[in-house]
Design a protein around this ligand. Structure first.
Ligand code: URA
Length: 212
């Protein structure tokens, strides 16, 4: 794993291998979805590394002991609709007690600016560690807007998980949210004139849901 400033590139060979498969243009919707699911489980391992644990008393077959446990319900995965949904189930397999919030944003195709159309979080966000899920950190505009909105609920901490990031998106995100660590599987070369990450993997939502 390679960590600089507040970006962690999860360069585990399993993650990189699966990402390469996902980038292939002829990969089926079914396979793309399954790979994203698998990658999200692997990424969850790194993203939750700093999670607080509490000592609880348990009894082994031999004796009582104080052993660490995660308070999963204190975690809130925040899905940035719609592609963020592709990262959710894998994360929930690893942290099954987590709560889930949703942010709906669409990119205005002309301005590339994010417009909010849905926002629903669980209660007591001030007690929760929020992990925002959005596979493509492209311009960063929707990520910036999603985290800005999320901050209004005052979560205990915020982390941002993307599968792919563009340097432009990272810069934009860091300028607005230097306090939010980003986890990604790769930082690609650049954005193209349509705001797509290149080389990238195309439109993550369309590939995930088979809408194109
Ligand atoms: N959203 C995507 O799904 N893909 C990109 O390359 C950029 C934004």
């Amino acid at each position: 794993m390679n960590t600089t400033a507040s970006v962690t590139v999860i360069d585990h060979p399993l993650v990189q291998h699966k990402l390469t498969l996902m980038r292939q243009k002829d990969r089926s919707t079914n396979s793309f979805r399954r790979l994203l699911h698998e990658i999200s489980m692997l990424m969850a391992y790194e993203v939750t590394r700093g999670m607080p644990t509490q000592l609880v008393e348990i009894e082994t077959p031999l004796e009582k002991m104080q052993a660490p446990m995660i308070e999963g319900r204190k975690t809130c995965f925040v899905v940035v609709m719609r592609a963020g949904a592709g990262l959710l189930d894998g994360m929930l397999e690893v942290v099954p007690g987590a709560r889930v919030g949703h942010v709906g944003l669409y990119r205005d195709p002309k301005t590339l600016i994010a417009v909010e159309y849905y926002f629903k979080m669980p209660g007591e966000m001030h007690e929760r560690d929020a992990i925002v899920l959005d596979p493509m950190l492209a311009t960063g505009n929707s990520a910036v807007a999603a985290v800005e909105r999320l901050k209004e609920t005052r979560p205990k901490s915020i982390r941002f998980v993307s599968l792919l990031a563009a340097p432009e998106g990272l810069k934009n995100f860091h300028e607005h949210h230097p306090d939010v660590p980003v986890y990604t599987a790769a930082i690609d070369r650049q954005l193209n004139e349509h705001g797509y990450i290149v080389p990238g993997l195309g439109d993550a939502g369309d590939r995930l849901f088979g809408t194109k």
